[in-house]
Design a binder for this molecule. Structure first.
Ligand code: FAD
Ligand code: SF4
Length: 533
């Protein structure tokens, strides 16, 4: 049997890395089990000419399409949005776009302000020092002074706006709407051993330059140097419990499919908003027949995924297209509730650069905007390539109990562990919000001189935001964990990933996920004596 550890973290993605690093200073025995492997920078698609094709194979956003040995399948046939994730050291940060906005103070008080959903048991001020700590650890580039939110002082200067950003900025100025350069986890100067961005290419399938802050190159090296053990190719099947209802450790399979038991004093879940409820539901026992930590019945429920409509258009002159990080600017002009509209809450506008030539050709042809035959190359060269402007819209979706993760009765991963199934529909409030947002995005594109507009109402397997399935709260009847991430039912079990979100906000969640992980780690350190009761 493996020797017992003090803290066992499951999952080495954005939140697992942050909690491991923060707890390391306690000098406790800390082990992280991760089902995937380290990704070598030399293996990133960006090193080869086939980088776009590999976004449809071994670096695909959807785990079923990628089907690497570390991936588990997901049944999302009945979900209006599909999963996007990465399973390996770094988790979703391997594939993310590194746009790192924060929630607004209002996001923590949705029930009080708007009479829907629930308030969080913590507020923006509680998280603020951890947001700042995360900015330093991830290395955020950005510009201080954004009037749309509380002060933020990123450690590096912002990314250049580029031709796309300047075009968008002029359009937003014409309309008189808020915009600000993206806060990006992308080094614009050498930072903590990372090289600066060279604006060369598309960042989604991994940054071989090391400029994009995936947690395998930010938190993990520091955590490992401080004594944390990270064991890869270890897939956890279930969390085991004692007769007293405390977590005792986990059962996992190693790379060769051999089953092991790893005992632990404290278990921390960091498997994301789908992997965490899956594991809790797979840990059902006679004492916890509905799944572990599930006396509220809310494990897996209230899944929020951020509907992400996109509107695009084309301008006459050549922009910087596939050169440089995806996000140029963002806008919170329509973020807060406005009672004159027919929906509550709001959305962020992401004003982006686009992807490479293959994607341009494929999507334009599919939309009937690129002819086949004699004119194909001319139209591509003169009217399409590097001429596209894209606006992605991050819509806040409200928590709804019918949107949920359960266990699929048939689908299993390669170790025979039941796979997750998603049932998710886009709510009425979100639908109205989407229509409002699309109309505003079209106004921006027209103001930017774009024509041939094209709208996708939902972009299926993006943005990879998996939230709300083990929400935090003060009342054990209406939440899974308390205000510091501790399970109401199992006192030595903690959750630190996006599952604990009470509401989703309308921005990309990783800065908040990591700030929460650091905050929960801080609470654990302050209450060390309690942990081992
Ligand atoms: C294409 C794409 C673009 C994105 N862009 C952005 C962006 O610009 N900004 C932003 O804020 N967010 C973005 N995201 C989302 C971001 O990646 C996630 O919010 C973030 O990674 C979630 O962190 P996490 O710790 O909750 O989970 P993850 O990072 O998903 O980590 C979970 C880890 O747990 C492991 N795991 C799961 N189950 C088990 C098990 N049973 N045993 C062992 N290990 C297990 C997984 O292998 C994985 O490594 C994007 C995501 C994708 C896919
Ligand atoms: S553009 Fe910058 S961040 Fe993106 S892959 Fe290239 S070097 Fe990395």
């Amino acid at each position: 049997m493996n020797p017992i550890v003090d803290v066992l973290i499951i999952g080495a993605g954005a939140s697992g890395a942050a909690v491991a690093w923060s707890l390391a200073e306690t000098k406790m025995r800390i082990l992280c089990l991760e089902q995937g492997e380290w990704v070598k920078p030399a293996d990133y698609p960006a090193n080869g000419r086939d980088w776009e094709a590999r976004l449809w194979s071994d670096f695909a956003l959807h785990p079923n399409q990628r089907a690497n040995s570390a991936d588990y399948p997901v049944n999302d046939t009945d979900s209006a949005m599909k999963v996007a994730n990465y399973n390996g050291v770094g988790g979703g940060t391997i594939l993310y776009s590194a746009h790192m906005p924060r929630l607004q103070p209002s996001d923590f008080r949705v029930r009080s302000l708007d009479g829907v959903a629930d308030d969080w048991p913590i507020d923006y001020t509680t998280l603020e020092p951890f947001y700042d700590e995360n900015d330093r650890m991830m290395g955020i580039a950005g510009l201080a002074g954004d009037p749309s939110g509380p002060p933020r002082e990123p450690p590096m200067p912002p990314m250049p706006l580029g031709r796309t950003g300047e075009r968008f900025a002029r359009a937003m100025n014409r309309l008189g709407w808020h915009w600000w350069p993206s806060f990006a986890a992308i080094a614009t100067t050498p930072y903590d051993g990372r090289a600066a961005c060279i604006n060369l290419g598309h960042c989604t399938p991994g940054c071989a330059q090391g400029a994009k802050a995936s947690v395998d190159i930010t938190y993990w090296p520091h955590a490992i140097r401080a004594g944390v053990e990270l064991r890869t190719r270890c897939r956890v099947r279930e969390i085991t419990t004692s007769a007293q209802g405390m977590a005792t450790g986990v059962v996992y399979y190693d790379h060769d499919g051999v089953e092991h038991f790893q005992p632990a004093e404290v278990v921390v879940l960091a498997c994301n908003g789908v992997g965490t409820p899956r594991l809790l539901l797979n840990s059902a026992s006679s004492r916890f027949p509905d799944g572990l930590a599930n006396s509220s019945g809310l494990v897996g429920r209230n899944l929020m995924m951020h509907p992400w409509p996109q509107v695009r258009g084309f301008v006459d002159d050549e922009l910087d297209g596939d050169h440089g990080p995806m996000m140029a600017l963002y806008s919170k002009q329509f973020y807060e509730t406005d009672r004159s509209r027919d929906f509550l809450r709001g959305y962020m506008l992401a004003l982006t650069r686009v992807t490479g030539p293959v994607n341009e050709a494929v999507t334009s042809a599919a939309a009937g905007q690129l002819p086949w035959g004699a004119d194909h190359h001319r139209v591509f060269r003169e009217r399409r390539y590097r001429r596209r402007l894209v606006i992605g819209i991050g819509c806040e979706d409200l928590p709804e109990v019918h949107n949920r993760v359960t266990l699929d009765p048939e689908l299993r991963d390669t170790n025979g562990i039941p796979a997750p199934r998603l049932d998710y529909i886009i709510g009425e409030n979100s639908r109205r919000m989407i229509e409002h947002a699309i109309a505003r995005a079209e106004e921006i594109l027209v103001a930017a001189g774009a024509t041939d507009l094209f709208t996708s109402r939902t972009v299926l397997n993006t943005p990879g935001h998996l939230l709300g399935t083990a929400r935090m709260g003060d009342d054990p009847a209406t939440s899974v964990v308390n205000a510091w991430g501790r399970s109401h039912d199992v006192k030595n079990l903690f959750i630190v990933d996006g599952s604990v979100f009470v509401t989703s906000g309308g921005v990309n969640p990783t800065a908040t996920i990591q700030a929460l992980a650091l905050y929960i780690a801080d609470q654990m350190k302050r209450r060390l004596a309690d942990l081992f009761d």
